[in-house]
Design a binder for this molecule. Structure first.
Ligand code: NAD
Ligand code: UDP
Ligand code: UDP
Length: 321
């Protein structure tokens, strides 16, 4: 049994990770300031004697003892990370420094939840880990993109300077049950709109692409990366290489929900990446990992979740909770 710290543990991915780590018999310490996370995501874990919750902001130091750290704390959706860009940079940078300082002190393995956003609007397709990216340092997305890039730098510096045992995972768009209904990400937006027969809001002409990974596949890849030996530091891309235009995503959601929704166009936000698809050769070779859930299968499960949520807690779906 290990004692494992999960920062951002009450969020969409963090709560699922906490659950999986507990299932494997570990002790889990969830640290979260509830900026975008929800207590409802972890309520069901609170009775477990191996689970501990600490309300804490990772931009401040934290002194605890643990064997492994998954550093997921950071708002992930554009509307959330752009609401308070300074706090987003602080979370990425000060949060990484504090968690690396902690890992160094207790000699814990530490995994950084990085992102495909480090590639920016990529000129290389599909994206390989060796690509340095094409990021606007002063655009609306830069607090997140550059924050995450700096966090990768810090992880690498601690590894070189202090031999800290690091792992960097570059996560591509991931979706599934427990996404926050109001975080504005494309999958949750389209599903909620379709289930309520509201207009489906495509930003731009819908020809931009994304590769969507189902939550369970992603967490499986993340845990496999943590389990590797100290020589594997990453970065490693983890995502589903199936590439879809946003228009194709909308059509799939309408089809699977049987919705009467119409598609409407809205302005494309600035610096919105035109294409994104992971090259996962490294993950396949190093982790023996590849995604197993295809888009329509994952969408069906996510639709089922939001359909139940709309019925059981309409206030939360409307953003009144
Ligand atoms: P999320 O917003 O649901 O979860 C983030 C969690 O971090 C929330 O619980 C939030 O309250 C917490 N948090 C934010 N700032 C904090 C702070 N200063 N101190 C403590 N806790 C803080 O997002 P998610 O989709 O679960 O993303 C988890 C991680 O994975 C993030 O680091 C994100 O950048 C990364 N990631 C996610 C995706 C994706 O598609 N979901 C893609 C790439 C990277
Ligand atoms: N830190 C922390 N928990 C620990 C150890 C360190 O939060 O258990 C923080 C500490 O406050 C410091 C940061 O991590 O600001 C970086 O620590 P490090 O030891 O690398 O640097 P230094 O203390 O020399 O600044
Ligand atoms: N998008 C859209 N309609 C929405 C929300 C998002 O067309 O209601 C588009 C957005 O412009 C982007 C893509 O869908 O091109 C993915 O957006 P998301 O915010 O989910 O993730 P990211 O842009 O960070 O990959």
């Amino acid at each position: 049994m290990k004692r494992i710290l999960v920062t951002g543990g009450s969020g969409f991915l963090g709560s699922w990770l906490c659950e999986k780590l507990l299932e494997k018999g570990n002790e889990v310490i969830c640290v979260d300031n509830f900026y975008t996370g929800a207590k409802r995501n972890i309520y069901h874990l609170l009775d477990n004697s191996r689970f501990e919750l600490i309300r804490h902001d990772v931009t401040f130091p934290l002194y605890i003892e643990c064997d492994e750290i998954y550093n997921l704390a950071c708002p992930a959706s554009p509307i959330h990370y752009q609401k308070d860009p300074v706090q987003t940079v602080k979370t990425c940078v000060h949060g990484a420094i504090n968690m690396l300082g902690l890992a160094k002190r207790v000699n814990a393995k530490i995994l950084q939840a990085s992102t495909s956003e480090v590639y920016g609007d990529p000129a290389i397709h599909p994206q390989v880990e060796e690509y340095w990216g094409n990021v606007n340092p002063i655009g609306v997305r830069s607090c997140y993109d550059e924050g995450k890039r700096c966090a990768e730098t810090l992880f690498n510096c601690y590894h070189m300077q202090n031999k800290t045992r690091i792992k960097i995972i570059r996560i591509f768009n991931t979706y599934g049950p427990r996404m926050h209904p109001h975080d504005g990400r494309v999958v949750s937006n389209f599903i909620l709109q379709a289930l309520q027969n509201q207009d489906i809001t495509i930003y731009g002409d819908g020809s931009q692409t994304r590769s969507f990974c189902y939550r369970d596949d992603l967490i499986d890849g993340m845990m496999k990366l943590m389990a590797t030996g100290d020589d594997v530091t990453g970065p490693v891309n983890v995502g589903n290489p199936g590439e879809f235009t946003i228009l194709q995503l909308a059509e799939n959601v309408i089809d699977l929900t049987g919705s009467k929704s119409k598609i409407i166009r809205m302005p494309l936000p600035s610096d919105d990446p035109k294409q994104r698809k992971p090259d996962i050769s490294k993950a396949q070779a190093l982790l023996n990992w590849q995604p197993t859930t295809q888009l329509r299968e994952g969408l069906a499960k996510t639709i089922e979740y939001f359909d139940a949520l709309l019925k059981s807690d309409p206030d939360f779906c409307r953003g009144e909770d």
